[in-house]
Design a protein around this ligand. Structure first.
Ligand SMILES: Cc1cc2nc3c(=O)[nH]c(=O)nc-3n(C[C@H](O)[C@H](O)[C@H](O)COP(=O)(O)O)c2cc1C
Length: 194
């Protein structure tokens, strides 16, 4: 069985919903399963330590998950046009994997959620891709053969899946955004299915 790590951070739940859709797409491909993992919050109170098990959502990722996975889907809310600090913090702990080439040639894809339509989705997705390229990963976006890219009135980009959650995060994931999340997961899974 091949495994795709779906690693995400979500404060208000939008990116988590997207992660579940990406996982659904992954598991549509025979012989491939999704492993959902998240990262703890970071705190400016340095003594603060999160419980080892989150109160809700996926378990926390371990560095070993990167070794085990055959591919990676990375999801983050947009924070000032960039990925959220907890994910970046986790990535900055992966030097040993970078040195040993753990992720070289493994496929990867990215997804994000913003509050506003032009709030920097593409900037975030591209900035999330950069550390994955440093790790030697092979990036999968969404091709325009996914016709939802042409008709969506909210999220969905060739750089990865996206969702416009609204200023109070109350927007439901649109039909197009949903299909594009699933398509991204499916595409990633098909790249590793044997
Ligand atoms: C510090 C901070 C910075 C943010 N920056 C942006 C931004 O640049 N553009 C945007 O549209 N939304 C921005 N947002 C809103 C989140 O991206 C949006 O609410 C997202 O859907 C939250 O995802 P989540 O529910 O997975 O936590 C920001 C939120 C915070 C807390």
């Amino acid at each position: 069985m091949k495994e795709v790590l779906v690693l995400y951070y979500s404060r208000h739940g939008a990116t988590e919903k997207m992660a579940n859709l990406v996982a659904r797409g992954i598991e549509m491909v025979e012989g491939v399963q999704a492993r959902l993992r998240t990262v703890p919050n970071v705190s400016d109170v340095c003594e603060a330590v999160e419980n080892s098990i989150p109160e809700s959502g996926a378990p926390y990722v371990e560095l070993d998950d990167l070794q085990k996975c055959d591919a990676l889907a990375l999801g983050s809310p947009t924070r000032f046009g960039n990925m959220a600090a907890p994910l970046k913090y986790f990535l900055e702990k992966t030097s040993a994997h970078w040195l040993s080439g753990t992720l070289v040639d493994k496929p990867a894809a990215v997804f994000t959620s913003t509050s506003s339509m032009h709030g920097g989705q593409e900037a975030t997705l591209l900035s999330m891709i950069i550390p994955l390229l440093h790790h030697g990963m092979v990036i999968y976006g969404l091709p325009y053969s996914e016709s939802d890219l042409l008709t969506t009135k909210s999220g969905g980009t060739p750089y990865g899946a996206s969702h416009v959650a609204g200023s109070d995060n109350s927007n439901t994931i649109s039909a197009e955004e949903k299909r594009l999340c699933i398509a991204l997961g499916k595409r990633l899974a098909m790249s590793v299915a044997s």
